[in-house]
Design a protein around this ligand. Structure first.
Ligand code: NAP
Length: 259
C-alpha cells in the first residue's frame, strides 16, 4: 500500500500569534499551526508554566522544514500597552506577522440581575476590546505586508444567547460584527478576517458544566474537542482555498446552531 502523504507544511516561514494559547482551544490551534510550519507565539496571561510546556512540546517535536518554532509571550491582551509590547517582541524576533488568532477569553457568569458591573466589564474588556486591540496592532503590519489572515474565536452564545452569559454573549456577538466590518476594511489589501464559533468544547472553561445537562441539545451528542476547533482555524489560516473567504462565521458546534 502507498504511504499516506504527510500534510504539506503550507505555512513555512510564516508567523502566527495565538492569544490565550497556554491551554484549551488556543493550545490546540498553536499546535495545528506549528504542524503547518508556522512560527507561533504562545500568548498567555498568567500560566507561564503551561505556556512553557506548550513551547517545549513544540520544540521537542521540531526541527526540519515542516515544523515551526514557538515562543511564549506573557501579555494581558485587554491592555493596549501590553498588546503593543507583545507585537514589538514578535517583530524583533521574526520581523513579520501573517496570522492572528484572537482566542483569549474568559467567562464571569451570572444572571442579569446578579451580574456585577465588574463582571460585565472584565468580559467585555478581554473578549471584545482585546480582539480590537490585537487586530488594530497587527493589522498595521499586515497592511504593509499586503497579506494576512485574522481569525476571531467567537461562540454560539454570541449567535443564540445563553442564560447567565449576558456579558459573554454580548462580547461574542460584538466580535461577529467587528469581524464583518474589519473584513470589509482590510479586504483590498489581501487580508481576510473570519470568525469561528465553537459550541461546547471540553476545556477548563467548560469543566464545571455537567455534560448530561447539555448533550441533548447537541445533535452530534457530545462535547467537541479543542482539536476540532483547531481544524477549522488551520483551514482558514493555511489553505489556499480559504484565500477567497472573508467576513464569515463558521460554527464548530456539533450541529447546535443551524441557520
Ligand atoms: P480556557 O481553557 O479557559 O483558556 C483560556 C486561555 O485564555 C488561557 O490560555 C488563558 O491564559 C488565556 N487568557 C485569559 N485571560 C487572558 C488575558 N487577559 N490575556 C491573554 N490571555 C488570556 O478557554 P478555552 O475554552 O480554550 O476558550 C478559548 C476561546 O474559545 C475563548 O475565547 C472562549 O470564549 C472560546 N469558546 C470556548 C468554548 C468552550 O466550550 N470551551 C465555546 C465557545 C467559545 P492563562 O492560562 O495564562 O490564564
Amino acid at each position: 500500500m502507498e504511504p499516506v502523504p504527510q500534510t504539506q507544511a503550507r505555512l513555512n516561514g510564516q508567523v502566527a500569534i495565538v492569544t490565550g494559547a497556554s491551554r484549551g482551544i488556543g493550545r490546540a490551534i498553536a499546535l495545528a499551526l506549528v504542524a503547518e510550519g508556522a512560527n507561533v507565539v504562545i500568548n498567555y496571561a498568567s500560566s507561564s508554566a503551561a505556556a512553557e510546556d506548550v513551547v517545549n512540546e513544540i520544540m521537542a517535536g521540531g526541527g526540519g522544514d515542516t515544523v515551526g518554532e514557538a515562543l511564549a509571550i506573557q501579555a494581558d491582551v485587554s491592555k493596549a500597552e501590553q498588546v503593543d509590547a507583545l507585537v514589538n517582541k514578535v517583530m524583533e524576533k521574526w520581523h513579520r506577522i501573517d496570522i492572528l488568532v484572537n482566542n483569549a477569553g474568559i467567562t464571569r457568569d451570572a444572571l442579569l440581575l446578579r451580574m456585577k458591573q465588574e463582571d460585565w466589564e472584565a468580559v467585555i474588556d478581554l473578549n471584545l476590546t482585546g480582539v480590537f486591540l490585537c487586530t488594530k496592532a497587527v493589522s498595521k503590519i499586515m497592511l504593509k505586508q499586503r497579506s494576512g489572515r485574522i481569525i476571531n474565536i467567537t461562540s454560539v452564545a454570541g449567535l443564540m444567547g445563553n442564560p447567565g452569559q449576558a456579558n459573554y454573549s454580548a462580547a461574542k456577538a460584538g466580535v461577529i460584527g467587528f469581524t464583518k466590518t474589519v473584513a470589509k476594511e482590510l479586504a483590498s489589501r489581501g487580508i481576510t478576517v473570519n470568525a469561528v464559533a465553537p459550541g461546547f468544547i471540553a476545556t477548563d472553561m467548560t469543566s464545571n458544566i455537567k455534560a448530561d445537562d447539555i448533550v441533548s441539545y447537541i445533535p452530534l451528542g457530545r462535547f467537541g474537542q479543542p482539536e476540532e476547533v483547531a481544524g477549522m482555524v488551520r483551514f482558514l489560516a493555511a489553505d489556499s482555498a480559504a484565500a477567497y473567504i472573508t467576513g464569515q462565521v463558521f460554527n464548530v458546534d456539533g450541529g447546535m446552531v443551524m441557520a
